[in-house]
Design a protein around this ligand. Structure first.
Ligand code: T1G
Length: 700
């Protein structure tokens, strides 16, 4: 079946693209459009319309073609053919006209769209820039600053806004093809000119002095470490300084620089990883999915309140159960405060916030939960308490209700065993703040049914979370790996580093926050309490936790007490170094007989990140995670790992598994096998000179 058809109706040549799911500009689509325009040159058509079947106008270049040998015709060739047409070419857009899709429309002479359409240039989110003339045509239509804002944010705009900006000429509420045909005839009947965007020039004198320098300074701060925004600014500057063809050449040069960058490879990896993580290997496609029309949450603390908001935001009524009125009110206040912040930021109208809050009710009576389709337990991390709660839910909730736990660490199999319906029990591990963080670890217990699992994965998408499937182990995927990252952070600190050096090194690597600052944010008492429940043997060597425990015993729990690894300005919450902390570090090191030494930033990064990688590969070996890219999803969406590095597993492939393995062997020789035993799979793949991606492809 041809992905592009061409026919003449009422003197209008109609090019129809039909290449599901999103009419991406594959080589067949590019070829079909180019050949149709060439046919129209000499046929009876008076104008040409480009429309798409299915859910959207062209949503961009075909990302699956990236990294492969280029195939003709290139997009620039196709767009030049459109622009040179001696008959008006009109684009008729619906759905999401993105990237190369919008660029195709911009090469046309006129553009119309459904009012429900969105248009945008999201290439920056793939570590790229619009490589089909977008950086040259958009500023010519909308002005330089508006173009920079749109291309660097990568966010789409609604058709009405696009009309105001000059990107679209006409909007229709419905009947796109019929209305677009009429618009085309209107244009030819009035002998409308062949209006080419390239014929617009931007007066350099219209750009304020220092504009680009200032814009670049702000962009460098806001998009720390990213290459694409910098190149986009250079392209738009070329749109001002250079004639169109030279500007296009400059754009192509800077586009290719990004296409071959590790940042773009990482971001493209994350694009597919985010979509693949919702797929469960071996789960039949026709597995039935339960309807979730009502939810109960056990526990209205920070987590419970945040979790409740996710369902209210998706229009699902949710009831929070607490042990007394005061606790319930506290929970409701947390919800109200969170919505207030969102409204204050202008991200939600007051009216919408009110209607969402109205979907969240409270109760002290378990019987009010008996008809809920899904119950999520979100009490504090005590296994016995969770088992009691699940036994109670088992006796109250209707048959077929899903019983989920938000536990971060505990054994979901044991929780399931406290019910007579283990097949209905699953882990839904949200990440704090639960109404913000997009990651949802879905924990499949040994007896969790396929239907409950399929429902959980579908529900994740409905509440706008990115799911990652985990089997049961202590800490599942993210928190299990994090223990080793935290261990190495503590060891680097006691062996010779400082909180500032460690945090700065990890932020330079790309982490949103360094481990000491994260500890202060979450509260150092969390780890302290978790260790209190462990035997000395389970705790490990004192050098891995003695500093943190000493700070807690000094009352320095972190931000919540105004001091932890840093002190915090009560007004701005800005962190400030505190010499008292290094006094603690040096005293603990002395007490434990550790002679401190200079540690360089690269050693810090390698020890913390390779510890993550090594444990992540063990998680793959054990079948806890389905695939390496799911682990990347966990770290990018749950732990502030830089998407432009692609997650710990993709980063291991970027560095090269042989280098990772050799470095871990060096750490083993320096620090002992107890800490640094290379994962067997890592050793195997390093020896075979393979990547984790290749290994995953063999497993699929
Ligand atoms: N290429 C190939 N496949 C794509 C694709 C694309 N551009 N966009 C989506 N898919 C697949 C996706 O992998 C999934 O596959 C299915 O379509 C549904 O996607 C030269 C260089 C359009 C808003 O960045 O933002 O143009 O999992 O689950 O939630 O300047 O897809 O079903 O097998 O996301 O309804 C620029 C990326 C490319 C747009 C739809 N364009 N796509 O969202 O569905 S670079 C983009 C999206 C470029 C030019 C440059 C979204 C969507 P599967 P989905 P959705």
């Amino acid at each position: 079946m041809s992905v592009v058809t061409y026919e003449i109706k009422d003197e209008i040549g109609i090019i129809s693209v039909n290449y599901p799911p999103v009419n991406a500009l594959s080589v067949h689509v590019r070829t079909g459009i180019k050949e149709s325009i060439e046919t129209a040159r000499t046929d009876a058509s008076r104008a040409v319309l480009i429309v798409c079947d299915g859910r959207t106008f062209i949503a961009g270049a075909d990302i699956t073609e990236f990294g492969k040998p280029p195939m003709s015709p290139s997009l620039p060739e196709v767009l030049a053919t459109i622009e040179k047409s001696q008959k008006p070419v009109i684009a008729a857009m619906h759905g999401t006209a993105l990237g190369g899709g919008l660029e195709t429309a911009l090469a046309c002479h006129y553009r119309c769209a459904l009012s429900s359409a969105m248009v945008g240039l999201p290439e920056v989110k793939l570590g790229l820039l619009p490589g089909g003339g977008g950086t040259q045509r958009v500023p010519r239509l909308t002005g330089v600053e508006s173009a920079l804002n749109m291309i660097i944010s990568g966010n789409p705009v609604p058709a009405a806004q696009a009309l105001e900006m000059g990107l679209v000429d006409r909007i229709f509420d419905d009947n796109l093809l019929q209305n677009a045909m009429a618009y085309a005839k209107e244009l030819v009947d009035k002998n409308a000119p062949l209006r080419r965007v390239r014929d617009i020039t931007i007066e350099p004198s219209s750009i304020p002095d220092g504009f680009f320098e200032n814009y670049r300074t702000q962009t460098t701060k806001r998009y720390r470490g990213l290459l694409a925004p910098q190149n986009i600014i250079s392209c738009v500057q070329a749109a001002v300084d250079l004639p169109m063809d030279e500007g296009l050449a400059r754009e192509r040069e800077l586009f290719m620089e990004l296409m071959t960058s590790t940042q773009s490879a990482a971001l493209r990896h994350m694009f597919f990883a985010e979509r693949t993580s919702a797929k469960v290997n071996g789960l039949p496609k026709d597995t039935p999915v339960k309807q979730i029309l009502s939810v109960g949450i056990i526990g209205g603390g920070t987590m419970g309140g945040g979790i409740a908001m996710n369902f209210a935001n998706a229009g699902i009524p949710v009831c929070i159960l607490e042990v007394n009125e005061e606790a319930l009110q506290r929970g409701m206040d947390i919800v109200a405060k969170n919505y207030g912040i969102t409204v204050k930021k202008g991200k939600l109208s007051e009216k919408a916030a009110q209607s969402r809050k109205a979907l969240i009710t409270g109760t002290l009576d378990y019987n009010d939960l008996k008809d809920k389709d899904l119950i999520i337990e979100a009490v504090f991390e005590n296994l016995e308490l969770k088992k009691q709660i699940f036994a109670k839910l088992d006796s109250i909730c209707k048959k077929g209700a899903i019983l989920a736990t938000n536990t971060s660490y505990q054994d979901v199999n044991q929780i399931a065993a406290s019910t007579k319906r283990p097949e209905d029990v699953i882990g839904l591990h949200f990440f704090s703040p639960a109404n913000v963080m997009r990651l949802l670890e879905v924990v499949r217990a040994d007896k969790t049914s396929d239907e409950v699992l399929a429902t959980a994965m579908a529900l994740a998408k409905k509440i706008k979370k990115v799911p990652a499937l985990s089997r049961v182990c202590y800490g599942f995927i993210g928190n299990r790996m994090l223990r080793f990252y935290g261990r190495e952070s503590q060891l680097c600190l006691i062996e010779g580093s400082t909180p500032e050096q460690i945090d700065n090194a990890m932020q330079s690597f790309g982490m949103a926050m360094g481990p000491c600052a994260v500890g202060d944010l979450a509260g150092l008492d969390i780890g302290y309490k978790a260790r209190e429940a462990l035997t000395d043997e389970q705790k490990g060597e004192p050098k891995t936790y003695r500093i943190a425990d000493t700070l807690v015993e000094m009352g320095r729990l972190g931000q919540k007490t105004g001091a932890g690894y840093y002190t915090y300005d009560p007004a701005t919450r800005q962190r400030v170094s505190d010499p008292k902390v290094m006094e603690v570090v040096e005293k603990v090191a002395k007490d434990l007989g550790i002679t401190r030494r200079k540690i360089d930033d690269q050693e810090i990064v390698n020890r913390l990140i390779f510890a993550l990688i090594n444990e992540g590969i063990k998680i793959l070996e054990e079948g806890i995670a389905q695939r390496p890219s799911d682990i990347d999803v966990v770290y990018v969406f749950g732990y502030g790992f830089p998407a432009y590095v692609g997650g710990p597993m993709h980063y291991a492939d970027t560095v090269g598994l042989k280098k990772v393995y050799d470095t871990i062997c060096t750490f083993r020789d320096q620090h002992g096998e107890a800490y640094w035993k290379p994962a067997a799979l890592l050793e195997k793949l390093a020896r075979e000179n393979k990547t984790l991606e290749q290994w995953a492809a063999q497993q699929a």
